[in-house]
Design a binder for this molecule. Sequence first.
Ligand SMILES: *Cc1c(COP(=O)(O)O)cnc(C)c1O
Ligand code: SF4
Length: 348
Amino acid sequence: MSTTLRSVQALAREGLLDPKVVAELAPVEARYAVAVTAHIAEGISGGSEALRRQFVPTRAELRLVDGERADPIGDDVHEVVPGVVHRYPDRVLLKPVHVCPVYCRFCFRRESVGPKGLSLDTGQLDRAVAWIAAQDGIFEVILTGGDPLVLSPSRLGALVARLSAIPHVGVVRVHTRVPVVAPQRVTPDLVSALQADGAATWVAVHTNHPDELTPPARSALARLVDAGLPLVSQTVLLKGINDDVDTLTTLFRQLVRCRVKPYYLHHGDLAPGTAHLRTSLERGRALVARLRGRLSGLCQPTYVLDIPGGHGKVPAAAAWVESAGEGGWTVRDWQGQVHAYPPTSKVP
Ligand SMILES: *Cc1c(COP(=O)(O)O)cnc(C)c1O
Ligand code: SF4
C-alpha cells in the first residue's frame, strides 16, 4: 500500500475500520475531509490507538456542543487579503494551500481545509506577497494552511525565496505535519526549497503522540535539522490520545532527542464535532502543572489557549506566582509547596 486513503470505504478496505460502519459514516465524510497516508495507515494497522483516534473518522464528529464554531480561532475576522491572516502587528499567517496530507479529526480549520477548500491561484499569491511587502512592521511570515509542504519543492522554494527577499521579513516559519505523516516527502529538494537568502526559515512540526515519531519520521526530522533548519513542535492536547503525564513526558523528551524544541501545547480549539477529543481546561492545567519539575525546561512547551473569536493566543497554565496583598507574593513550587516572596520594593 503506497497511496493515501481518501474515503471511509478505502479505510474499511484496508482493514482500518469496521466495514459495518461505512454506511453510518457517510454524513461525517460528506462534511469533513478524510485522508490517511500510507505511513500513518501502517501505524494504525500495527495497532496504534493514538493514530487511529487522530485520523479515522467516527460518528462522534456529528455531535455539536454549545460554544463550538466553524471558525474557532477567528481566522476570517483577520483576513486582510485572500490567504493572509493578520492578527498581531509583527507577524502574519499566509495560507498558500488548503489541503493536507492527512486530515486530523480534531482539526481547528476543519471547515476550511480539504480537497474542496480554496488554494491561492497565482494572482492571489502575488497579491498576498505584495501585501506583506508593503507592511514594514512584519518580521515573521508563518506559512500554514492546509500544509504548505504539500507544495512541490519548486513552488515552495519560489515562495520562500520571494518572502525571504522582502527586507523587513526576518523569519519564514513553516507549520507542517509532513515530516511525521509523510516523511518520504522530506527529500533533499524539499529541504533546499526551505532555505533562502535574506531570512531564517524555522519549521514548526505538528505532532501529538510518540507513535508518530517512527524511524522514518525521525530521519525526516534529522534531515531538516542537519541542513541547519531550527525545528520547534506544536502539540494539541487530545482526550484519550495524549492527555496523560506519561505520554506527554515521552513525547516531549523524544522531540528534544530529535533536536526539536517543544514550542506550544495547544488546548483543543472549539472546532465543530470535536468535543469527544477535547479535555477540560482544568484537566489541561493539572497535567501541565505536573510536567513542571518532572521535565527539564528544554522539554517544556507553553500551554496555550486560542481565544475564540480571533483575540489571539495566551498562556493557559495556572499561575505559579500570585499576589498576596501589600506588595508581597506567594510562589508555588513544582511539588505544590507554597513559599512567600517579599514585596518587590523590599528586595535589594
Ligand atoms: C498562532 C498565530 C500566530 C503565531 O503566533 P505565535 O504565538 O507567534 O506562534 C500568528 N498569527 C495568527 C493569526 C495566529 O493564529
Ligand atoms: S494537518 Fe493541521 S490543518 Fe491539516 S487537518 Fe491536521 S490540524 Fe488541520
